[in-house]
Design a protein around this ligand. Structure first.
Ligand code: OFO
Length: 170
């Protein structure tokens, strides 16, 4: 059984994962209409992953005697300045998500809720990966600069990356 406080905090995390999914979905759709097929595929996959993160939380809350609540969400932005800006926003967003996960972990320790603490370890590792991935993509974009040919190859690379993510089946 989880405490009311932990249940509320986990539900806040449900909302954050759901809004991450919507955010990346908006980015994917924008990239698609701008002709960045690889980037958009990568972002669609990323959006799906975030939905999985949300579902995992809902299922856990329910298993532990709470109620995973489906949240109302604010609309994400519809357009973006460019690909660089998108990945900068992703990195910023993921750093924020990591901070929230860490707060939750701390709270579990102070309440001696070791079961939820254990469950959250998956998210702790996932955040390390997500931040590293965003940094890695930004490094590539910085190398490319304004080179159009480089951007074409980058877009193709991201398509491959999204297929790998798909296979990982998160
Ligand atoms: Fe759910 O990992 Fe990103 O936000």
């Amino acid at each position: 059984m989880i405490s009311k406080k932990i249940e509320a905090l986990l539900n806040q995390q449900v909302e954050l994962e759901a809004s991450s999914s919507q955010y990346y979905l908006a980015m994917a759709s924008w990239a698609e209409i701008k002709g960045y097929n690889g980037v958009s595929k990568f972002l669609y996959t990323h959006s799906d992953e975030e939905r999985t993160h949300m579902l995992k939380l809902i299922n856990f809350i329910n298993e532990r005697g709470g109620h995973g609540v489906v949240p109302a969400l604010k609309a994400p932005p519809a357009s973006f300045k460019g690909i660089q800006e998108i990945f900068e926003q992703i990195l910023k967003h993921e750093i924020h998500v990591s901070t929230e996960i860490n707060k939750l972990v701390e709270r579990c320790l102070s309440e001696k809720d070791y079961t939820t603490h254990n469950f959250l370890q998956w998210y702790v590792s996932e955040q390390i990966e997500e931040e590293a991935l965003a940094r890695n993509v930004l490094d590539k974009l910085n190398l490319i600069g304004n080179d159009k040919g480089g951007m074409y190859l980058f877009d193709r690379d991201l398509e491959t990356l999204s297929t790998q993510q798909d296979k990982k089946g998160k």
